[in-house]
Design a protein around this ligand. Structure first.
Ligand SMILES: [Zn+2]
Length: 471
């Protein structure tokens, strides 16, 4: 992202509003864009004029304002409690951002953004709250310590956007920039995706996977990923990391950038590299990614496989800890005799130590009994009977078209064609108590029981899997 030019212009107010000479920076970009490059005077973009066009008889004189510790909010929305909640949410998020960026809260002691939540954006021009050359945007925008957010149909999504733009402002404040588009938007999405509970301390928790779509109404990132998965339009993670300045005019790149950061945050070895990159935020050149690739070069094929699996599985309530996938970096070929694998039924995908060669036929048998659902205790404190099953699953409940608890396998390619922008579809095989599969390409072999990600927690027991070549 880049700044276009420094323009000297006049802010023309209507009627009695004063003419005022100000220096503004013309900025380029995106849907929730951000003004890059701290060496340019973005901190003062139009701020000399902000609020000075407000006269006693202008509508802006009656707008609601709120003063928090780190935010001053001005809006043409009705003056209701939600404004207090937004300010509370913002102030509660700042210490979490500081911690994420490895900084002391002292670094934010005097840090405060002016935030405009707008229903009628045009009305914010006359009082000088929206500089005339602020680029058009659909959702939000940030320049220096000023953020602009279009009011959304849900207050949850407006709150999300306030936090999202706030993360950009925090990144510029700390590091003078937020890196290339995928990193800038991915980190902002990660640190603005939150759970809100007015009674909790803190009332906001950022960096979560939402458990309830209604709690993040309007956000829609997971639905977008699921739709892309069904249409086989899943980008490779390297494609996401190459998004241009212009990509984020669309909503989808926000979802993919968020998912890329979510992946890296789910594994300590990637998390460290990701967080080390943030202080290099001024760098928006390919060098930024090159250093990430270099640090993770040995792990990259496994990271790509984990990306495929994350895309395959992501849903509300997805649990990073329970879904963490361990893969052998160099799986041995399946040659001599059968192999046994003890499957934990309360976790996501688990890999066999062997790889399956393209065209190789494999026979799988599974034995064992396990619990797939433990209904909660009734009012008398007694636990109802658990749902027990064997590897064929229970046919009284289905997940993704197959019986709950049924054994499924996944073949994940050892190599991905990096000349194509999108990922190939994963080979998922429904196994049950016994079955055969043939690998389409050289692959890792993984298993799990068929159940929604947020329902695995009450499972118990073990399943023993026997894997043998059928050729
Ligand atoms: Zn953004």
């Amino acid at each position: 992202m880049r700044n276009q030019a420094v323009v000297i212009g006049r802010f023309a107010g209507r009627g009695a509003a004063k003419w005022r000479l100000v220096i503004v920076t013309a900025l380029v970009f995106s849907l929730t864009g951000s003004a890059a490059q701290a060496e340019n005077p973005v901190q003062t973009i139009g701020s000399a004029a902000a609020g000075q066009g407000v006269t006693a008889d202008s509508p802006a004189a009656r707008w609601a304002t709120r003063e928090g510790r780190h935010i001053k909010l001005i809006t043409d929305l009705p003056d209701t409690d939600r404004l207090d909640e937004w300010v509370t949410a913002f102030d509660a998020a700042v210490p979490q951002w500081a911690e994420y960026f490895g900084r002391d809260l002292d670094d934010f002691r005097d840090w405060r953004v002016s935030a405009y939540v707008m229903v009628n954006k045009e009305a914010f021009a006359a009082p000088g709250y929206v500089p005339p050359n602020l680029p058009s945007f659909r959702f939000g925008y940030q320049a220096g310590n000023r953020i602009w957010v279009m009011n959304q149909p849900t207050e949850e999504y407006t709150r999300h956007l306030l936090l999202h733009e706030g993360v950009h402002a925090a990144g510029f404040h700390l590091f003078g920039g937020c890196g290339p588009p995928w990193f800038m938007e991915g980190i902002a999405e990660y640190l603005s995706t939150h759970a809100w509970d007015a009674q909790a301390r803190p009332p906001v928790r950022v960096g979560i996977i939402p458990t309830d779509p209604l709690a993040v109404a309007g956000w829609g990132r997971i639905e977008l990923i699921q739709a892309a998965r069904e249409q086989q339009q899943v980008p490779r993670i390297e494609s996401v990391m190459k998004y241009s300045d212009m990509a984020h005019r669309e909503v989808a790149p926000y979802a993919w950038s968020w998912l890329a950061v979510t992946l890296m945050e789910s594994y300590p070895e990637y998390r460290e590299v990701l967080r080390d990159a943030a202080p290099r935020g001024r760098d928006t050149t390919p060098e930024f990614n090159r250093r990430i690739y270099q640090s993770l070069r040995a792990e990259w094929p496994v990271l790509v496989a984990r990306w495929s699996l994350l895309v395959q599985d992501i849903e509300y309530g997805w649990d990073a800890e329970r879904q963490r996938v361990e893969l052998p970096a160099r799986p041995l070929p399946l040659r001599d005799g059968p192999l046994r694998l003890e499957l934990a039924v309360d976790r996501g995908w688990q890999a066999a130590s062997v790889g399956i060669a393209a065209g190789q036929r494999v026979r799988v048998e599974a034995s064992g009994r396990y619990v797939v659902r433990q209904p909660p205790a009734g009012p008398d404190g007694e636990l109802p009977r658990a749902w027990e099953t064997e590897a064929d699953g229970v046919t009284i409940r289905y997940h993704r078209g197959e019986p709950l608890g049924k054994l499924i396998a996944c073949l994940v390619p050892l190599r991905v064609d990096n000349t194509k922008p999108n990922l190939p579809e994963l080979q998922i095989e429904v196994i049950g108590a016994e079955g055969e599969l043939t690998a389409a390409t050289d692959s890792w072999l993984l298993f799990r029981v068929n159940e929604a990600a947020d329902q695995l927690f009450d499972n118990r027991g073990k399943l023993t899997i026997r894997i043998d070549s059928a050729d």
